[in-house]
Each structure stands twice: as structure tokens, then as C-alpha cells.
Design a protein around this ligand. Structure first.
Ligand SMILES: NC(=O)c1ccc[n+]([C@@H]2O[C@H](COP(=O)([O-])OP(=O)(O)OC[C@H]3O[C@@H](n4cnc5c(N)ncnc54)[C@H](OP(=O)(O)O)[C@@H]3O)[C@@H](O)[C@H]2O)c1
Length: 310
């Protein structure tokens, strides 16, 4: 077990994407561990988000991500640069690439890219646009003279609250492929806490895989029955091939967008989960000690209660 309890409070971590959903949680988790956090933000970032970060003692460094020298200077003496940026090619390849170059120039020993995904080392090239971008950045990162750690966490567990549309009307749990295929889910706060520990871990390996829970559609149906008292059944919408045909049709009908998660991208993600290709094989959940991970049952119970509360 690698504990970071002894980290000196002066350890400095630079975080890009700190104004985002996951990034704010990582900033909070790093500050809770006594790290000195420097948030790199673009000019014009939401002032409310900045105020929230400042209130936690996080140092804000507004920077043009095109200014290599300013970026490098902001990273001086950092032990790790963490990216929680979100976007498409311009961000994941372009902006993260500039962040990486600056980290190398500043002599930062370690870099955590904005992966936070399924196991894209096992999925197929061309099947998932967002994972292809992460794979391309991986190639760039692995050439750079810096130690890298990617955190792979399956899907965010919030997907079970509705976005993945697994629990459908008529007491049915919808799925493609095999009803017994386990799907990995992790709560954002669990991902953030683990990422903060990894950022402060000088011996962190290249890959860290975590899952708060792994549940199949059949197990989700059982959870829903236990929670509601209604008999839930799995409903197989089709095989993985049918899912691919639907993704192609939805993508063809969707206008081009810069949004990182249009509906067809979400379906590509689900396909990599339901086919088992993106499944995490071995887990590092206990590397930073035992903790109670948010479970699928907790999440389904909470959102069921929320839906029933007037
Ligand atoms: N596994 C899953 O199910 C799952 C689900 C969702 C997300 N994720 C992953 O989690 C990571 C973080 O996602 P998130 O949902 O936290 O993203 P988010 O809330 O959209 O936050 C994105 C962050 O990136 C910054 N950013 C975006 N474009 C930028 C640009 N051009 N210049 C400077 N900053 C820019 C944003 O800054 P501003 O505040 O200034 O806009 C913000 O801080 C990503 O890798 C994402 O793919 C995984």
C-alpha cells in the first residue's frame, strides 16, 4: 500500500482543468491532502468557479495556453502536472501537448493526462472517437522524458442515474449483447481522491485502474428489484452488431459538433462497455489504502429515492 500521509504540505501540484467537474474535485482532494495546488485557467474562466477554488486555498494562475514560457514558469518546482481538461482534438492533443512540453521544459518529474476512461489499451482503434484521441496522446506522452500515470476508471457512476439509459420504463434494464457482462463504474469523487493520491505518489506506475463497482445489466435488475420491490427484467435491445448499426445511423443524422459527448459518442462508450472490450482487468483500488467506494446499489437507490420524492 502506498500512503501519502507523510507528504510535506509544500508539495506543489499543477492542475489544468480545475474549473471543470472532475478538475474541481481533484483540486479539492489535493488541497485536503495538504498539497499546494496551482490551477492553470484560461482568461475568462467562470468567476464563480475561480472563487470556489480560491476559497479552498488553491492558487489561480490565469494563462494563455499558447504562451509556452508562462506555462513553463507556472510549473517550476511542481512534482506533478495533472490534466483534467475536456474537449476534442484541439484540447486533448493540442492543448495537452503544450502542457506536456511545458512540464518537460520545467523539469516536472510526473504527468497525469486527462484519460479517466475505460481501458483504451484494450479497445479497438476507430471504435470510439474520444478514446482514439487519448490513445494518440498516449503515444506522444510515452515519447516524452517524463514519467506518466494514466487513471482508468470505467464510466462515471452517475451514468447509472439516467444518462446511460440503462434503467428504462416498464421495469426493464436495457442492454445490448450479454446481460451478464460486468460494466465498470466509479464515482467522480472517488476518481478525484484516487487521482490526488496518485499525483503525490512518486512511485506511481504508468497505469492505474480503479472501479468503484462492476455490475452487469442482470445485477442492475436485481438491485432495482431490491430497492423498489418491483420485478425488473433485462431487455436485450440487440447484439453489439445492432448497436454499431444504430451508432452509425445516429452519427450520420447528427450535425458536426464540438461537443465532447454527443449521443453517438455516449453510445460508442457504452458499446465498449457492453462488448467487454473496455473492461478493466486488474484493479488498483487498494493502492492508497482501503476506502468505501460508492457502489451501483447506493447510486441506484439514491436516484430512485430522488425520482420518488415530490
Ligand atoms: N469515464 C467517464 O464516464 C467520463 C465522463 C465524463 C468525463 N470524463 C472525463 O473526465 C475528464 C474531465 O471531464 P469533465 O467532465 O470534468 O470536463 P468539464 O467539466 O467539461 O471541464 C473541462 C475543463 O477543461 C477546461 N478547458 C476545456 N477547453 C479548454 C480550452 N480550450 N482552454 C483551456 N481550458 C479548457 C475547462 O475550462 P473552462 O472552465 O474555462 O471552460 C474546464 O476546466 C475528461 O477526460 C473527460 O473525458 C469521463
Amino acid at each position: 500500500m502506498h500512503t501519502t500521509e507523510q507528504d510535506p504540505p509544500s508539495v506543489r501540484v499543477v492542475l489544468a482543468g480545475a474549473t471543470g467537474d472532475l478538475g474541481r474535485r481533484i483540486a479539492h482532494a489535493l488541497a485536503a491532502r495538504g498539497a499546494q495546488v496551482v490551477a492553470l485557467v484560461r482568461p475568462g474562466s467562470n468567476p464563480q468557479h475561480l472563487a470556489g477554488l480560491r476559497a479552498e486555498g488553491i492558487q489561480i494562475h490565469a494563462v494563455s495556453f499558447d504562451d509556452a514560457e508562462d506555462l513553463r514558469a507556472a510549473m517550476t518546482d511542481a512534482v506533478c502536472v495533472v490534466s483534467a481538461l475536456n474537449g476534442l482534438e484541439a484540447v486533448i492533443i493540442g492543448l495537452q501537448g503544450r502542457l506536456l512540453d511545458a512540464a518537460v521544459a520545467a523539469g516536472v518529474p510526473r504527468f497525469i493526462p486527462s484519460d479517466f476512461s475505460l481501458d483504451y489499451t484494450r479497445t479497438r482503434v476507430g471504435d470510439n472517437r474520444n478514446l482514439d484521441l487519448r490513445r494518440r496522446f498516449m503515444a506522444q506522452l510515452d515519447q516524452a522524458p517524463i514519467a506518466a500515470t494514466s487513471i482508468l476508471n470505467g464510466g462515471f457512476i452517475k451514468l447509472l442515474e439516467g444518462d446511460a439509459r440503462l434503467v428504462g420504463p416498464g421495469h426493464r434494464v436495457m442492454h445490448f449483447g450479454d446481460a451478464d457482462q460486468p460494466l465498470d463504474f466509479t464515482a467522480k469523487d472517488d476518481v478525484a481522491t484516487f487521482t490526488a493520491a496518485a499525483a503525490l505518489d512518486a512511485d506511481a506506475p504508468r497505469w492505474l485502474r480503479i472501479a468503484g463497482d462492476s455490475v452487469s445489466p442482470a445485477q442492475i435488475a436485481t438491485c432495482m428489484r431490491d430497492i423498489t420491490g418491483h420485478r425488473y427484467r433485462t431487455f436485450r435491445t440487440g447484439g453489439i452488431g445492432t448497436m454499431s448499426a444504430i451508432i452509425a445511423a445516429v452519427r450520420a443524422l447528427t450535425p458536426d459538433t464540438d461537443a465532447p459527448f454527443p449521443a453517438w459518442q455516449g453510445m460508442q462508450y457504452l458499446r465498449d462497455m457492453m462488448s467487454g472490450r473496455g473492461k478493466l482487468q486488474t484493479l488498483d483500488n487498494t493502492r492508497y489504502g482501503d476506502r468505501r467506494w460508492v457502489s451501483a446499489r447506493d447510486t441506484l437507490a439514491r436516484c430512485t429515492l430522488k425520482a420518488e420524492t415530490p
